[in-house]
Design a binder for this molecule. Sequence first.
Ligand SMILES: Nc1nc2c(ncn2[C@@H]2O[C@H](COP(=O)(O)OP(=O)(O)OP(=O)(O)O)[C@@H](O)[C@H]2O)c(=O)[nH]1
Ligand SMILES: [Zn+2]
Length: 384
Amino acid sequence: MARRTPADESDFRSRPSKRGSRPRTKRRPSHEDAVTGMVIAVDRGRYTLLLPETSDDGARAGAREERDGSAAGAPAPSGGSSGVVLSAMKARELTRTRVVVGDRVEVVGDVTGAEGSLARIVRITERTSVLRRTADDDDPYERIVVANADRLVIVTALADPPPRTGMIDRCVVAAYDAGMDVLLCLTKADLASPDELRGLYEPLGVQVVVTRADSTAGDGAALDGASVEEVRARLRGRTSVLVGHSGVGKSTLINALVPTARRATGDVNDVTGRGRHTSTSAVALALPDGLGDDAQPDGWVIDTPGVRSFGLAHVEVGNLLRAFEDLDAAAAECPRGCTHLADAPDCALDEWEAAEPDTEARAHRTLRLTSFRRLLASRTGAAG
Ligand SMILES: Nc1nc2c(ncn2[C@@H]2O[C@H](COP(=O)(O)OP(=O)(O)OP(=O)(O)O)[C@@H](O)[C@H]2O)c(=O)[nH]1
Ligand SMILES: [Zn+2]
């Protein structure tokens, strides 16, 4: 659901400087032999890439074909066994450009993936989406978390730890700003009912799915199989980014979805109160289409152990509004510079709500407007 074309970070950087732009093409090799892969992990300047499976013609021919037919947004290349996994670093000309998990990049050099080999990333393919975060609401510096994902999965426990709607709101805002849709995955339904949270988020267009521990196993680590399959069905064919606070059961869920993932799971009662993850960078995992030996990868699951919430200083009201078609249309009548918040004078959204004659439909509008304003407030820090 990439409704908008997000600016590529490298676009900003390549604007001509005050001293004028230099003729870059002369200095830059054309890299006609480059092949395209997806960044599946990043670790201190080293990028792990997956090149799609190739024909008998060899890696280069196959990847060139993919590049010609728009690699970004194309069906995900297959996972572990059937693609070439290789290690790469950025070429000099990309020193100031951020390369993140999910990026489709062109590489040259040794692309065999042989032990100890290192390829060179020479180009980033245009991104279909960019999930950003600001480190802090007061800090305008923004970071790209993941590129080319189309769905944000907010993993929230119904209890132990208790859900925090402020955090969920902020994640919804970050996703809508990025043009991604949202799946709210409510875990630990064996401990508490999902009804209240459903009522709070479904009016925002957020899909909700519920998981629970297997009641027969008597152990939180084993999830109810049917609930896991329901999550899998929602992720099929998509590139999904999973975020969630420590202890909500995100790793347990990922391990159930991708058995080869072996994400470290922890206990909320650990002395530190935190998980045992040491890695903080995102990693993309190919989602198998069901379990069993013949499971075919069908979609990507991107785990983000380091991302617990989103600073939202970069989000513009207009971007958020665009995720709500009805409100967006009504807001066209607002005075210039309207904040659309509850105390905004002459905000057309209030009229839009009042103008609906049918009681039931009006109640729905009220719910939409209240929810939207809650999200707006979470962005500006007006609410906890
Ligand atoms: N009752 C119950 N417990 C669960 C469920 N899912 C996970 N747990 C337990 O919750 C605890 C935390 O699970 P993790 O998967 O480690 O949580 P996490 O979100 O990955 O947390 P970090 O590892 O800190 O990032 C573990 O003890 C799990 O066994 C569930 O559906 N029901
Ligand atoms: Zn307004």
